[in-house]
Design a protein around this ligand. Structure first.
Ligand code: GDP
Length: 480
């Protein structure tokens, strides 16, 4: 295939913002223009309403972004604690936690919250994320400035932090907090947040938080489904997403544009190993607990899945003759894993015997990092590149509970087959199951609801038709 392109070839959805049409940044963020050449034309376009919301957001971000007059004014208010300082803009600051998949999911949720509440999203990327993405919004930046006054508090912000909203609510009632007229508030929303932290998802608390200029969010969760249960946001969400399965698939390719460095790694790999295949199959093998999931057991499960679901052909060990056909169908298997053993096994399988179908099978793995590194920018880069490569496949097999896999499926708009967690060192039967929506799973949602004003114990997977339990994290919830 030829990958030469013209910005004018791009569909309008990919060209949000003036940058795109001015073409000025065509060189600084190639993926913004070129990704459409790699992704199958998406049948899931943005709704016209979401399109216009994003355009308005871009204007707001430009007007309120770092070092604008309004930004400087609100930062002054933050420093002085003087609530009488007039501010025009309100902000959400996102702070990193856990691996890249978790981070991408929580950024997307924080952005959606900002979009719904007319706030501007600023992200705190440390050096290990500095190189991964282009700035999504035109003529401004989403990076929190280095001299942001609360930065030295971020390290202290955990579940014990006394200034988090959840902890404050343990000792004060809402009115007392309102009376303090705080200029900023910390929202602790990761997997180990408690019931009071999760009051964030209740209407009456939204009313309080709505008045606070700076909200600082720490989360590793895709908390988007809970936003759909806040009555004051529901109508807007329905207009933005007539199809609830499209939330992450609409937002992720818009927000997370691979930087030129990442894009080079993605496209070179794609062109060298995947582009020529008639079909591309992505296998993401995430082993959370290697002791309980020995290699052969995981391999057996993976093969049981791909063979039963006919994603890959059986091999013919009885008949090793070469098929005569000239018009061979080529399948490329992209293996993504921290380990190389799975790749080696599959590659040998299709090398030492022909496939039953006569298809030619190529097997490729971009990297095998061995273990999860922290604070390493090239390690995160490889993870980001591999999420993108998986998203460019036609079919996907992912691992249970993996946010890495969710990002790949969401970017690609794919419903993967998900490998079940082995129990008691036994290969599960069935080995995998196709998920019913491309949305990521919110692993640890609240176990109560508060839509009528009072907090009542509830199973959030049964309240509304468009929120169901996840296939993998069964107490988690997802949009369908
Ligand atoms: P999750 O733990 O599967 O939910 O995914 P996360 O992305 O949040 O965290 C896992 C991290 O481990 C990734 O961000 C990578 O840093 C690393 N990692 C795990 N699996 C892979 C893999 O297959 N390839 C690469 N390059 N890194 C991986």
């Amino acid at each position: 295939d030829s990958y030469s392109f013209e910005a004018t070839d791009m569909p309008e959805d990919m060209l949000l913002g003036e940058i795109s049409t001015s073409g000025k940044d065509a060189g600084s963020c190639l993926s913004r223009y070129q990704s459409v050449l790699y992704r199958k034309s998406s049948s899931h376009k943005l709704s016209p309403y979401l399109h216009s919301k994003l355009r308005d957001y871009e204007k707001l971000h430009k007007q309120c972004g770092p070092y604008t007059e309004t930004y400087n004014r609100t930062v002054k208010g933050l420093e002085s604690g003087n609530v009488s300082v007039p501010t025009g803009c309100k902000y959400v600051v996102w702070i990193a936690l856990e691996g890249l998949g978790n981070r991408i999911l929580s950024i997307a949720s924080a952005f959606l919250y900002a979009l719904l509440t007319n706030r501007v999203l600023l992200v705190e990327f440390e050096t290990d994320m500095a190189d991964l993405f282009c700035d999504p919004f035109p003529n401004t930046t989403w990076l929190l400035p280095a001299d942001f006054p609360l930065k030295n508090q971020f390290k202290l912000f955990d579940h014990r932090f006394p200034h988090s909203y959840g902890n404050m609510l343990k000792f004060n009632n809402i009115n007392a907090i309102m009376n303090l007229s705080p200029f900023s508030m910390y929202l602790y929303l990761p997997h180990n947040s408690d019931d009071s932290d999760k009051l964030f998802y209740c209407e009456e608390h939204q009313a309080v938080l709505g008045k606070i200029p700076w909200l600082i969010i720490k989360s590793d969760q895709y908390f988007t489904p809970s936003l759909f249960l806040i009555p004051s946001l529901e109508q807007e969400l329905n207009k933005m997403f007539p199809d609830k399965e499209m939330v992450f698939h609409n937002l992720a390719p818009y927000l997370f544009l691979p930087s030129n460095k990442a894009w080079g790694l993605i496209t070179r790999f794609y062109q060298s190993y995947l582009a020529k295949a008639n079909k591309r199959i992505g296998l993401q093998i995430r082993v959370f607990n290697p002791k309980n999931s020995p290699f052969q057991m995981v391999m057996d499960q993976l093969l049981a899945c791909v063979l039963k679901e006919k994603l890959l052909p059986q091999v013919d060990t009885q008949n090793l003759t070469i098929p005569a056909s000239k018009n061979l169908t080529r399948k490329a298997i992209l293996v993504v894993s921290l380990y190389s053993e799975y790749y080696e096994y599959i590659k040998n399988m299709y090398w030492t015997a022909p496939s039953m179908t006569g298809e030619v099978i190529g097997v490729y793995q971009p990297s095998h990092e061995g273990y999860q590194h922290f604070g390493d920018d090239m390690h995160n880069m490889k993870a980001w590149v591999e999420m993108n490569l998986l998203s460019l496949c036609d079919d996907l097999v992912t691992s249970t509970w993996s946010t890495f896999g969710y990002v790949a499926q969401g970017l690609g708009g794919l419903r993967p087959w998900i490998l079940y967690m082995p129990e008691k060192r036994m290969t599960p039967n069935p080995a995998c199951r196709r998920v019913n929506s491309i949305e990521p799973c919110y692993h640890i949602p609240p176990n109560y609801e508060c839509r009528s004003g009072t907090k009542v114990k509830a199973d959030l997977g049964t309240l509304v038709p468009h929120i169901k339990h996840c296939e993998d994290a069964t107490f988690g919830i997802k949009l369908v």
